[in-house]
Design a protein around this ligand. Structure first.
Ligand SMILES: Nc1nc2c(ncn2[C@@H]2O[C@H](COP(=O)(O)OP(=O)(O)OP(=O)(O)O)[C@@H](O)[C@H]2O)c(=O)[nH]1
Ligand SMILES: [Mg+2]
Length: 173
């Protein structure tokens, strides 16, 4: 199941519904503007009753300087744990490869707000190398779990350290 927890950005719900159609996955959604925690709570009750084995929750992008939005992330986690005390098993912070030093602060603040467990590094198909994730790994012990290599469904792939290191240096020689 996928859960449309980004109720803020115009089009985010439709975007997720479209990915649900392409991947043949049920998408739980409410109206735009709904409280994301309530969407997640209701979705998890259904997932539990109907015995879904994997639930992916999409959340709205936010600036780490917006305290109320960071608190909302903490609330989502508490709400998830009302239904499933051991969840979420993963909390992934998406950083795109063009992100510079600001990525460090993002990792630090998001980790404090919601126990991020790993990074998804997108847009590695462009010219940017996403080197900031090395510093994030080193300082905050957050591993890269997936990388984005394009906009198609198969372009989100497991992180492979050899491929990544090769990508960092291949233009040098
Ligand atoms: N080339 C390329 N495009 C990507 C990649 N990942 C995402 N995109 C594109 O970037 C745009 C933004 O992607 P979204 O998935 O909406 O980004 P998001 O992180 O959910 O952003 P918010 O929900 O606004 O926080 C879309 O057009 C995606 O198709 C990638 O790895 N490579
Ligand atoms: Mg989004």
């Amino acid at each position: 199941m996928m859960v449309a927890g980004d109720t803020f950005r115009a089009g985010a719900i439709d975007q997720l519904v479209e990915w649900g159609r392409r991947s043949n996955t049920f998408v739980y959604k409410k109206d735009a503007g709904s409280d994301p925690s309530s969407v997640i709570y209701d979705a998890l009750e259904i997932a539990k009753n109907e015995k879904y084995d994997v639930v992916l929750v999409d959340t709205a992008g936010r600036l780490q300087t917006k305290v109320n939005l960071m608190n909302e992330l903490s609330k989502m986690k508490r709400v998830i744990q009302k239904t499933l005390p051991n969840a979420p098993q993963e909390t992934l912070l998406v950083i795109d490869a063009t992100t510079g030093q600001n990525g460090m602060r993002q990792a630090e603040v998001f980790k404090d707000a919601t126990d991020v467990s790993g990074i998804v590094l997108t847009k590695l198909d462009g010219t940017a190398k996403g080197g900031i994730v090395l510093a994030i790994r080193h300082l905050y012990h957050l591993p890269i779990k997936y990388v984005g290599l394009g906009e198609k469904i198969d372009d989100l792939v497991l992180f492979d350290i050899e491929q990544y290191i090769y990508g960092l240096f291949k233009d040098f020689f």
